[in-house]
Design a binder for this molecule. Sequence first.
Ligand code: GLU
Length: 327
Amino acid sequence: MKKIFLLGLAVVLVGVFSFYNVDTCSAKVRFVTIGTGGVTGVYYPTGGAIGKIVNKKKKQYNLRVTVESTGGSVFNVNAVMAGDLEFGIVQSDRQYQAWNGTKDWKDKGPQRDLRAICSFHPESIVLVAGNDTGIETFMDLRGKHVNIGNPGSGQRGNSTDALAACGIDWKTEMRAEGLKADESAKFLQDGRIDAFFYTVGHPNGSIKAATSGRRKVHFVPVTGACIDKLVAKWPYYAKAYIPIKFYPMARNKKDVNTFAVKATFVTSAKIPDDIVYAITKEVFDNLEAFKKLHPAYGILTKKNMLEALSAPIHPGAMKYYKEVGLK
Ligand code: GLU
């Protein structure tokens, strides 16, 4: 009886210790999270693509990448600076503003711990309006009910920049909403707004949803002398167009002129070099596989992925770029 008891105890102890071992092993795995955007944007799948590539080597690096849906660029910069997230995808204009302490960072000052890793796809400033709204040009937005983007998003800065440049006061001359990008398509289709702004890569699921419902809609060109001036003023803005081939249900038949920024990948100076090195190396060494994960990455090259960065490059990423002769 005593023997059986001891044997039983031994089995239990072995069980406890092996569980403990597994647990101490997994405790070494470092979890890092990438802040993205709404689930119907391109940031969310971009975070997923990085995770997919890097997590293949999770044993080698003791690293596991997870992804979080967030309110967008401004939220991501602030969360990375606060240490709530390790990485973020942010618009190039937002990276510039955070690094220089302007716009949303005017009160907080320059975000000197912000570090750049690389850039990804271009994102154009999209303005979608119902055909029944009479919004045909940018100047027609006066008096309309428009989603300019949620606070924390990248698009809110672009829509308000464009409106201010063209002399439209969105606080008094428009009925402005601060809806999340994920909600825009439904609100437009339901007739609850006349138009919405979204700064996003293409093709994009929520623009597809917005253009293929029962309410017929079109893209409004974001153009004019006032926009030309705005684009000329800031290094992070460039003229661009929306490739109409991705949205065959929109009324427009030709590519639509607008301006654009780039999606960039950032972190904090506080994140260890070896973690940033591992992520950079896996994405760049496997760029062809990475590019297959979303059609918006079609034009990416190792060289153009080092463009549109304002914050200093993180030393972990720099180590990789020097190794392969990119810097
Ligand atoms: N550019 C948007 C932002 O910064 C997000 C776009 C996306 O999720 O793809 O908020």
